[in-house]
Design a binder for this molecule. Structure first.
Ligand SMILES: [Fe+2]
Length: 283
């Protein structure tokens, strides 16, 4: 089973700054094309929040158009830039989305179970897992204790060292850790929010964040104390289940067409890829 993760797509309407300056919609279209042409076809796609930039209906309508070409099921969850009811309204046919309350759900179609959490707090950049949301998670995880599970949510439950972003972190991470320690089947906690690939051990499992499909946050580690957008390559994550023996392996997949395989092993030796022009020089 292969689970693709996109994050922080920040789709805007055509006049919005995200579209004019950052071209987020164009880059989501590239991400969709990237997933569609992977030789290993993902079984599903989960987008871990900040789906749109201002939570407006028009932005969700555009998001819907951009996701339409995906050849596999897509599952949405909210980030701090989202708006629960507008998301629900535009994606009313996404039957996994609850019609009221928090946007939390499970997907049980493959060997790896997906459990999506809602960390959204209206109008605030940080996130929260309150008692109600954590109790829901605890109950869902208790349902299938033997099944490998991937928990997806927007705000990561750990500090990253990106100081200004850590100020917009997750309230309730201790409670989440307590729940996860009771359920050893959680293979991964996958998040967004930080617009970078970051990995940390967390409560007996592995937590990671996914790059954005467009703009990344500059890697300003302590003692730096600033927040900057960097036009580093867009990327997504591919979570590959290799069975009970192989476990869940997470890859970062750059979204680009600039770096084709230059040299290929044909079984006997390394040969130059004939599909790449002789004058090709990687940047
Ligand atoms: Fe974001």
């Amino acid at each position: 089973m292969l689970i693709a993760q996109l994050s922080d797509t920040h789709v805007s309407t055509p006049e919005g700054p995200e579209d004019v300056v950052l071209h987020t919609s164009e880059h989501l279209a590239r991400a969709v094309a990237h997933l569609n042409r992977l030789q290993a076809r993902p079984d599903l796609v989960v987008i871990t929040g900040d789906l749109v930039d201002r939570g407006e209906v028009g932005e969700y309508e555009r998001l819907r158009e951009l996701l339409a070409p995906l050849r596999m099921p897509v599952y949405l969850l909210p980030g701090n830039h989202d708006h629960r009811d507008n998301l629900r309204r535009v994606f009313a046919d996404h039957s996994y989305l609850p019609r009221a309350g928090f946007l939390q759900y499970t997907v049980d179609d493959g060997p790896v179970r997906l459990v999506a959490l809602d960390t959204h707090i209206p109008g605030e950049p940080g996130g929260r897992l309150c008692g109600e949301r954590l109790a829901w998670l605890d109950a869902r995880l208790a349902e299938q204790p033997q099944r490998p599970t991937l928990v997806a949510m927007h705000h990561p439950p750990f500090a990253s060292g990106l100081a200004l972003m850590d100020a917009f972190g997750l309230d309730g991470s201790d409670g989440l850790a307590a729940v996860l320690r009771r359920h050893a089947q959680v293979e991964r906690v996958v998040c967004g929010h930080l617009h970078r690939p970051i990995v940390r051990r967390f409560a007996g499992t592995v937590a990671c964040t996914c790059p954005s499909t467009r703009h990344q946050l500059a890697l300003d580690l302590p003692p730096a104390h600033r927040l900057a957008l960097a036009m580093e390559p867009p990327a997504c994550m591919l979570h590959l289940w290799l069975g009970d023996a192989g476990g869940l392996v997470t890859h970062v997949s750059l979204i680009h067409d600039k770096y084709p395989p230059l040299v290929v092993h044909d079984g006997q030796g390394w040969v130059r890829n004939p599909q790449v022009p002789a004058n090709f020089h990687p940047a």
